[in-house]
Design a protein around this ligand. Structure first.
Ligand code: 5AD
Ligand code: SF4
Length: 439
C-alpha cells in the first residue's frame, strides 16, 4: 500500500538501557528530518524497538503490533527495530502483514530512506551488522536533561550458552575515545549532570590497549559533569585499573552492576561464564577494598538446564556472601539458536517459580536492609522527575536508590537531602540545601 510519508513518529523501547539509548537516537534522527514526536495513538509512524533476551519479551512484539490498529480500522506505518528485528529478520514480515520496516540495531541510521521506500508500498528490511557505522552517520545529540546514556561499546564475544546477545548485537566493538568524549561534552553542554556509559560488556571497552577507566578519567575532566556511571560489566573484564578508578575518581558513583547468574561452579561452567563463584567473590572483595561503600547489583538466572536443588542453594549462599543492594533475577528462558536451548534436563516451570520466589525473597531482604542502613545519612540527590504528590520530586542517590522529596527545587538540581524513611524500593528525604555544586 502506498501512503503519504509519515510526518510524526513514536518510538517505543523495550529491553535494556542500550535499547533506550538507540530509541533516543532514532527520535533525534527523525526529529532532525523534520518529523514531530507524537503519542503512540496519534503517530503516523510507530517504531517498536524490541528486545529478544527472553521469550516473553520477544513475544510481546506481536501483540503490540496487533494493538496498533486504530478505531477507524487504519494503522500507522510500523517499524520493528531492535533485537527481535535482528534475530527474526524476515520472519517478522512473514508472520504479520502489519509491519512495513524491519531494522536491526546497527542499521537504524538508514531509517529515513527506509521510511521513504515504505511510503511507496515496499516492505523494507535492513539487518546489516556493519560495525559501528551508524554512529558516524547519525546527527549530533540533541537530547537535553540531567541524566543521559552514552553507548561506548556494543556486542558480545563471551557466548554464555543461554544468551542471544552475540547473535543480535554481533561481536564486541568499541566506539572511539574521541567520538565518545565529544558526545559526552555535547550532552553536558545540553545540561547533563550525570552520564551512564553503556555497553553489553561495557568494561570490555578498549582502545590501543587502554580500558574503560581511561574513558572514565576523561569524563572526570569535563567540568559541569558531576556523576559518572557504567553498565553492564562482565566479571572477567573487571581490571585492576577499573577497580582503581572506583577508589580515586570522585565523580564515579559507588555502584557496580556485576551479573553472576549462578553461585554454582558446575552451572557456571555449563553457562560458559568462565568464572567461578569464588573468583567472583574475590573480585567483589577487591572492589570493596577500593570503595568500601559501593552498592552491588547483579543478575541471576534460576532453572538453567540441569540445575539441581543443591546447585540452586549454592546461588543463595553466594547472595548471602556477596550482599546485594539490588538485583535482577529471571527464570531461564530457552532462546532459539543458543546452546542451552537444546541441553538435556530443562527444568519444570513450577520448580523455576519456586526457586525464583526464594531467590527474590532473599534479594528483597538485602535490598531493604541496604536502604534502611542509609537512614540518617545526609546525601546528594540528582532530581530526575516529578512525583505523583504535589511538589514531589524524585531523584537518585549516589548508590542508585530512588529518593523522594517534597520541596521547592527544580528537576536537574543536585540537592542535599537528609534521609528520613526507607522502604524496599525507595527512600524519602527532607531538603537541606538546593542545587549544591558537587565535585
Ligand atoms: N533466560 C533468562 N534470563 C536471561 N538473561 C539473558 N539470557 C537469558 C535467558 N535465556 C538474563 C541474564 C542477563 C540479563 C540481561 O538477562 O541474567 O544478565
Ligand atoms: Fe534485549 Fe539484549 Fe537486545 Fe538489550 S541487547 S534489547 S537486553 S536482547
Amino acid at each position: 500500500m502506498t501512503r503519504p510519508a509519515p510526518k510524526s513518529f513514536h518510538v517505543k523501547s523495550f529491553g535494556c538501557q542500550m535499547n533506550v539509548y538507540d530509541g533516543e537516537r532514532m527520535a533525534e534522527l527523525l526529529g532532525a528530518q523534520g518529523m514531530a514526536a507524537a503519542s503512540e495513538a496519534d503517530a503516523e509512524l510507530v517504531i517498536l524497538n524490541t528486545c529478544h533476551i527472553r521469550e516473553k519479551a520477544a513475544e510481546k512484539v506481536y501483540s503490540d503490533i496487533g494493538r496498533q490498529r486504530r478505531e477507524d480500522g487504519t494503522r500507522p506505518m510500523i517499524a520493528v527495530a531492535g533485537c527481535v528485528a535482528q534475530a527474526e529478520g524476515t520472519e517478522v514480515t512473514a508472520r504479520t502483514k502489519d509491519v512495513d520496516i524491519v531494522v536491526g540495531p546497527q542499521a537504524y541510521h538508514e531509517l529515513p530512506q527506509m521510511i521513504a521506500r515504505a511510503a511507496k508500498g515496499e516492505r523494507v528490511h535492513d539487518l546489516d551488522l556493519p560495525g559501528l557505522d551508524k554512529f558516524s552517520k547519525l546527527p549530533a545529540r540533541r537530547k537535553t536533561g540531567p541524566t543521559a546514556f552514552l553507548t561506548v561499546q556494543e556486542g558480545c564475544d563471551k557466548f554464555c550458552t543461554y544468551c542471544v546477545v552475540p547473535y543480535t548485537r554481533g561481536g564486541e566493538i568499541s566506539r572511539s575515545y574521541a567520538a565518545i568524549v565529544d558526545e559526552a561534552k555535547s550532552l553536558v553542554d545540553a545540561g547533563a549532570k550525570e552520564i551512564t556509559l553503556l555497553g553489553q560488556n561495557v568494561n570490555a571497552w578498549e582502545e590501543d590497549g587502554k580500558g574503560l577507566e581511561h574513558l572514565i578519567r576523561a569524563l572526570d575532566a569535563i567540568s559541569g559533569l558531576q556523576r559518572i556511571r557504567y553498565t553492564t560489566s562482565h566479571p572477567n573484564d573487571m581490571t585492576d585499573g577499573l577497580i582503581r578508578a572506583h577508589a580515586d575518581v570522585e565523580k564515579l558513583m559507588p555502584f557496580l552492576h556485576l551479573p553472576v547468574q549462578s553461585g554454582n561452579d558446575r552451572v557456571l561452567k555449563a553457562m560458559n561464564r568462565k568464572h567461578t563463584a569464588d573468583s567472583y567473590l574475590k573480585i567483589i572483595d577487591r572492589v570493596r577494598a577500593a570503595r568500601p561503600d559501593i552498592a552491588l547489583s547483579g543478575d541471576f538466572i534460576v532453572g538453567f538446564p540441569g540445575e539441581t536443588e543443591a546447585e540452586f542453594e549454592d546461588t543463595l549462599r553466594l547472595i548471602e556472601a556477596a550482599n546485594y543492594a539490588m538485583a535482577f533475577s529471571f527464570k531461564y528462558s530457552p532462546r532459539p539458536g543458543t546452546p542451552a536451548a537444546t541441553m538435556d534436563a530443562q527444568i519444570a516451570p513450577e520448580v523455576m517459580d519456586d526457586r525464583l520466589q526464594r531467590l527474590q525473597g532473599l534479594l528483597n531482604t538485602q535490598q531493604l536492609a541496604f536502604n534502611q542502613a542509609s537512614l540518617g545519612k545526609r546525601i546528594q540527590v540528582l532530581l530526575e522527575r516529578k512525583g505523583k504528590l504535589d511538589g514531589q520530586k524524585i531523584g537518585k542517590s549516589p548508590w542508585l536508590q530512588s529518593v523522594h522529596i517534597i520541596a521547592d527545587a527544580q528537576i536537574g538540581d543536585m540537592v542535599e537531602v537528609d534521609l528520613v524513611s526507607a522502604g524496599p524500593n525507595s527512600l524519602a528525604g527532607t531538603l537541606v540545601s538546593k542545587d549544591v555544586n558537587a565535585a
